[in-house]
Design a protein around this ligand. Structure first.
Ligand code: 13P
Ligand code: SF4
Length: 304
């Protein structure tokens, strides 16, 4: 049952002809009223298909809303809390990509969508955690500058027969860095029959001990299709909220309940309501940067 604030938001949304897109790490109350809920790639694809909404409310972090703005220059893209930034996306300034290109002139530049628009404009192609391997394999080059997540870079390096150079050397997500092999040993002993799914943003030694390494969307599909009963999930805790809601007969356990992305949690129902009333905070991307970045986004969407 929806609460009165959720109902109010849905009414406002109709009046404004708005659409609410939300990442899997949003809190349950936002997940419940989103028009579309998904991982970074699914949100990107959805953003590329928006036709009949005047206003796009993006409950996610800055780079996601920027990507939606890059794909929809004619639409108003709104971030309910303007401080909702992904710290990892800020670890790779565009200047560092230019320098790396000089050092490795034959390399292709593959960037995770978790980058700012200025960095995206310097990329040959983007990727997300669900298509990174396919994106790298689609390229003719054997040397790849890959950033900003060093763990996703090492996940890809383990799957392809190419040289992967992480850029920067130690870019990371503070949330996925919280998982340690000790958490796995503890949970495996407690739930010996469970399947352990972890995100490729986790450290290599955590990935090494997992049964599957998947994006958040990949985890949703895996649990839905599996005949097994118990799953331990190594990613942000609100993915577990969604998994439990959509798989009521299964047992879903967080690998670590402290794994919270505070940046994603800046959005609240109150701020969502404000964003619909006052149409704030609008996300804008410089036209020239957006044009260059769009090419890299579209190239990724072609591979996907
Ligand atoms: P996915 O939802 O694409 O797996 O990415 C996780 C993430 O950390 C996004 O910021
Ligand atoms: Fe960024 Fe990590 Fe939060 Fe994802 S979970 S938005 S990568 S800080």
């Amino acid at each position: 049952m929806l609460n009165s604030l959720q109902k109010e938001i849905l009414k406002l949304k109709e009046e404004k002809n708005a659409i609410i897109l939300a990442h899997n790490y949003q809190t349950g109350d936002i997940q419940e009223i989103a028009d579309f809920l998904g991982d970074s790639l699914e949100l990107c694809i959805k953003a590329s298909q928006i036709t009949d909404s005047d206003l796009v409310i993006f409950c996610g972090v800055d780079f996601m809303a920027e990507t939606a703005a890059i794909l929809n220059p004619q639409k108003k893209i709104i971030l309910p809390d303007r401080e909702a930034e992904c710290p990892m996306a800020h670890m790779l300034p565009a200047e560092d990509i230019k320098k790396a290109r000089e050092k490795y002139p034959d390399a292709a530049v593959v960037l995770y969508v978790n980058t700012l628009a200025e960095a995206k404009a310097e990329a040959d192609i983007l990727c997300t955690s669900s298509n990174a391997v396919a994106v790298v394999e689609s390229l003719a080059q054997d040397q790849i500058l890959f950033g900003p997540d060093m763990n996703l870079a090492s996940f890809v390096a383990g799957k392809v027969n190419k040289e992967i150079i992480p850029l920067p050397e130690k870019g990371h997500c503070y949330v996925h860095k919280m998982f340690h092999t000790g958490d796995i040993a503890f949970m495996r002993e407690k739930y010996p029959d469970a399947v352990l799914l972890v995100h490729p943003e986790c450290d290599q030694e955590v990935q090494d001990e997992a049964d599957e390494i998947l994006s958040t969307g990949g985890m949703m599909s895996y649990v839905a299709q599996s005949d097994l009963k118990t799953f331990i999930i190594g990613t942000e805790v609100d993915l577990i909220t969604r998994l439990r809601r959509e798989n009521p007969s299964k047992i879903i356990i967080p690998l670590l309940s402290e794994a919270i992305c505070e940046n994603m949690k800046l959005h609240t129902l109150e701020k969502l309501k404000n964003s619909l009333i006052n149409e704030e905070y609008a996300v804008s991307v410089d036209k020239e940067i957006a044009l260059k970045a769009r090419k890299a986004v579209e190239r990724m969407l072609d591979v996907s």
